[in-house]
Design a protein around this ligand. Structure first.
Ligand SMILES: *Cc1c(COP(=O)(O)O)cnc(C)c1O
Length: 396
């Protein structure tokens, strides 16, 4: 078989990370073992000294995990990757590996909530300072840079407004200051956007979402560009211990095989849903990177090859209308998370962000009628029919 490196992206999804195993299985076996037998005292010593290739202990290295890691590095166009127990394990491990006391981080305001909290409440305990900016406004990012800024951290597209930040511009600003650009690529996946091409230094993912794609795994990954960075990250991950396990690695690797077809179908469906919503009388506005009305539409076209499956929209009826729609959907599943084959719907004001209170929500841009949709791969007519009937239950 051709080496996966020489293949086109959709072929890579199927073949990356697959090597030869005993008995000739077509997919990597699940090496569900915590530890590995040494052939002799000398062999054990050689493994520990790094003079022999092989496996010692699953927290350090495991063949099933390694197969999945190789596949993702290949798909992202990175050097190597490190499988983690969750997206947050990947993000926090990267922070610990890259930062030290006295360092400063410029972070987008619209990153995943717990990422912001880790910077504000955990990294701050160790003397790391963070400034939060609107990373879709380049001037704000430039103005926040300090001589001790070591990381510019962004997501694009990002919640809650599916906002788009310019990857190339972010890399330029970071590098001018000697800082690294770290990108959370969860919303797009490498099928639609490969941040290394635009100058990113580290890419992280919640594999819980599109990479696995089937809402049955919590996992994360860090992808790096060179061996030096890899060794630095590996050492910290091995020591902190937030590694992925063999079974979840197997499931993610299986999910990757359909990544390209899934992302195409998510996008195909989402554009139709976005247009349907934009023309609906009960909807105030829609944010989807594939709509010309999106302020980041042009920037998006430079860096992603399709617009993905995430949509935000605002109901004219506000908070009450949001609750009514949540209780009326039949096909769309009322749940947090995203990136699975099933369409998920969520109303932040009455769910994830309820305890914040209306005032704090307003300042965080969580409006009262905001609905978040992760468009699945069901038949588009069924998705639209369900949203249509749910919207029709809002009293006019
Ligand atoms: C879900 C998510 C995370 C966190 O991932 P977990 O696997 O839940 O720990 C980080 N970033 C983004 C963009 C996410 O959507």
């Amino acid at each position: 078989m051709a080496h996966a490196k020489d293949l086109r992206f959709d072929s890579k999804c199927v073949h990356s990370g697959i090597s030869d195993y005993e008995f000739g299985p077509v997919v990597p076996p699940i090496y569900q073992t915590s530890t590995f037998k040494f052939e002799s005292a000398e062999h054990g010593a050689a493994l520990f000294k790094g003079e022999a290739e092989g496996y010692i202990y699953t927290r350090m290295k495991n063949p099933t995990v390694e197969a999945m890691e190789n596949a993702i590095a290949e798909l992202e166009g990175g050097h190597k990757s490190l499988g983690c127990a969750s997206g947050m394990a990947a993000i926090s491990t990267a922070f610990v590996a890259l930062l030290q006391s006295g360092d400063h981080v410029v972070c987008s305001k619209s990153v995943y909530g717990p990422t912001l909290t880790v910077l504000e409440t955990v990294m701050s305990k160790f003397g790391v300072e963070a400034t939060f900016v609107n990373s879709d406004i380049e001037e704000e990012v430039k103005a926040a840079m300090k001589p001790n800024t070591k990381i510019v951290y962004i997501e694009t597209p990002a919640n809650p407004m599916i906002s788009i930040s310019d990857l190339e511009a972010m890399a330029e600003i970071a590098h001018k200051q000697g800082a690294l650009l770290v990108v959370d690529n969860t919303f797009m996946s490498p099928a639609l956007q490969q941040p290394f091409k635009f100058g990113a230094d580290v890419v992280v993912h919640s594999m819980t979402k599109y990479l696995n794609g089937h809402a049955d795994v919590v996992a994360g990954i860090i992808v790096v560009k060179d061996e030096e960075m890899y060794l630095k990250m590996r050492k910290v991950l091995n020591q902190l211990g937030g590694v992925i396990d063999p079974f979840n690695s197997f499931l993610v690797h299986r999910g990757l095989k359909t990544l390209d077809v899934r992302m195409k179908k998510h996008t195909e469906n989402a554009i139709e849903v976005a247009e349907f919503l934009e023309n609906h009388p009960k909807v105030k506005w829609v944010r989807y990177p594939g709509l010309k009305s999106h302020p980041g539409y042009e920037t998006g076209l430079k860096q992603h090859t399709a617009h993905g499956g995430m949509i935000s929209f605002e109901l004219k009826g506000g908070f009450d209308a949001g609750k009514i729609v949540m209780d009326s959907v039949k096909l769309c599943i009322l749940a947090v998370s995203l990136g699975g084959v099933e369409t998920l719907i969520q109303h932040p004001a009455s769910m994830t962000h309820l305890s914040m209170g209306a005032a704090a929500r307003a300042s965080a841009g969580i409006t009262e009628g905001l609905v978040r949709l992760s468009v699945g791969i069901e038949n588009i007519k069924d998705i639209i029919a369900d949203l249509d009937q749910a919207l029709s239950t809002i009293p006019s």
